[in-house]
Design a protein around this ligand. Structure first.
Ligand code: NI
Length: 174
């Protein structure tokens, strides 16, 4: 396992997902924008343009990636709630991160976007009946994905990228 690339390990969950587990993951999703904002607070443009690991994305690209990824995820939740086992549209996240906008736009734009997006996402999740967490979408490569598992996956995803930033800051003493 590459510790720089996976500072908190990979997401894994086996078996039934309890309401308690789901609540913990939802609390992580709710706090992700504030924790991401805190993770980059006070960094200069030069620091934001530093790769979190050799050959990896810059901190700026990481922040914009979280927004890109969570916009897609939010959409997939909505598709799964309103259609029967919809097949979702994958995208090349590496290519999105290489677009010049992802490399240059102020991080504040994605932080603000995530504040609003996660606020709506949480209203949606909190309004879901427990049975609705068993609804699925179909990923063309990964197959059927249940919404409860996906809540965990995106709680992990935010934590994973926040750890990229905080671990670099620790290593550099920033
Ligand atoms: Ni990611």
């Amino acid at each position: 396992m590459d510790e720089l690339r996976y500072p908190i390990g990979l997401f894994a969950h086996e078996g039934e997902i309890t309401r308690e587990q789901l609540q913990k993951w939802m609390a992580d999703i709710e706090s992700t924008p504030a924790r991401l904002r805190e993770a980059v607070a006070g960094l200069s443009d030069e620091q934001l343009d530093t790769p979190y690991r050799p050959g990896g994305w810059s901190l700026r690209q990481v922040v914009h990636h979280v927004a890109d990824s969570h916009i897609n995820s939010y959409t997939r939740f909505k598709l799964a709630l309103t259609e029967e086992e919809p097949t979702i549209r994958p995208y090349y996240e590496e290519r999105w991160a290489e677009l010049s906008e992802s490399k240059s736009a102020p991080v504040e734009l994605s932080l603000a976007l995530l504040d609003a997006l996660h606020s709506r996402w949480m209203i949606m999740l909190n309004a879901m009946q427990h049975e609705q967490f068993a609804r699925v979408f179909v990923h063309p490569e990964s197959g059927k994905i249940r919404l409860d598992w996906n809540v965990g996956n995106y709680a992990w995803h935010g934590n994973h990228h926040i750890a990229h930033i905080t671990s670099l800051r620790d290593r550099r003493g920033w």
